[in-house]
Design a protein around this ligand. Sequence first.
Ligand code: MG
Length: 176
Amino acid sequence: MPMHEYHPMNYRPGTAEVAETAREWLARRGVTITQIAQLTLMLQKDYYPNLTLEECEKNVEAVLKKREVQNALLTGIQLDMLAEEGKLMQPLLSIVRNDEGLYGCDEVLALSIVNVYGSIGLTNFGYMDKVKPGIMKRLNNKKGNEVHTFLDDIVGAIAAAAASRMAHNLSGDDKD
Ligand code: MG
């Protein structure tokens, strides 16, 4: 959309625009679908020995189609980026930049993703949050100027939601 058409009062983002932007931002922050799918595979491989990375990728893709998930992605990544650029106001800037232990809003935002597939996702998300495997480890290492206070939880939540979706579908529940 050309910039001159933009006016905050009459602009309504379309479904496709929100979906595409969420995916674009995820990629721009250095996270791939495959990396998230690897977390899902890790969560599920003991229950489904024949599970492939490809199947996990399909479930991650399906999770990313949900508007709640896209909204959480856009919100979290935006806050991370503003913190990186020093554009949040104090004391929030320091809290987000340092990923302070008592903050917790990053986990709460990520729960909006997990909730899409019911309470089964909670256990998986709790596990991801504790172990921080794979890509989550890189996002959480706090080296350099990058801030991923929100994104690490969001990535863990997407992986957990994909695992839950798979469990529901394989048990014959409603397909999303
Ligand atoms: Mg975090």
